[in-house]
Design a binder for this molecule. Structure first.
Ligand SMILES: [Zn+2]
Ligand SMILES: [Zn+2]
Length: 117
């Protein structure tokens, strides 16, 4: 079973968490779990080296953001990193500081960077 961790930042709490993703038998990646993580530790562990391509649907027991509980996420158009999202019209990307105002639902597969667990 292939699994990886993608770093996501919570714009409300300005904290990083790891989003565990798992490759399913149909080759699509699903979100299965989240856990709080320290940003410095995450860099040391190289959570940004594996390429992940998938729809990133979430499983039934996916817990959402460990800080604010948001079930969704957005990919920043400028830096390509993820922020959690629960349907707001605008979200500030805490990675690069840009405010995203035209958030659209992704109809193609995401292509993201993750790392080994
Ligand atoms: Zn959050
Ligand atoms: Zn950004």
């Amino acid at each position: 079973m292939e699994a990886a961790v993608i770093l996501t930042k919570c714009p409300k709490y300005k904290k990083v968490y790891g989003m565990r993703v798992q490759k399913m038998p149909d080759n699509d990646w699903w979100r299965t779990w989240t856990f709080p993580i320290d940003e410095k530790r995450a860099h040391r562990e190289g959570y940004d080296v594996t390429r992940i391509l998938g729809n990133l649907n979430c499983t039934d027991d996916y817990p959402g953001c460990p800080y604010c509980g948001a079930m969704g996420f957005v990919e920043c158009g400028r830096c390509g990193k993820l922020s959690c999202w629960s349907g707001e019209k605008s979200v500030k990307c805490e990675w690069c500081g840009v405010t995203m105002t035209s958030i659209s639902v992704n109809t193609e597969k995401f292509s993201l960077k993750g790392g080994d667990i």
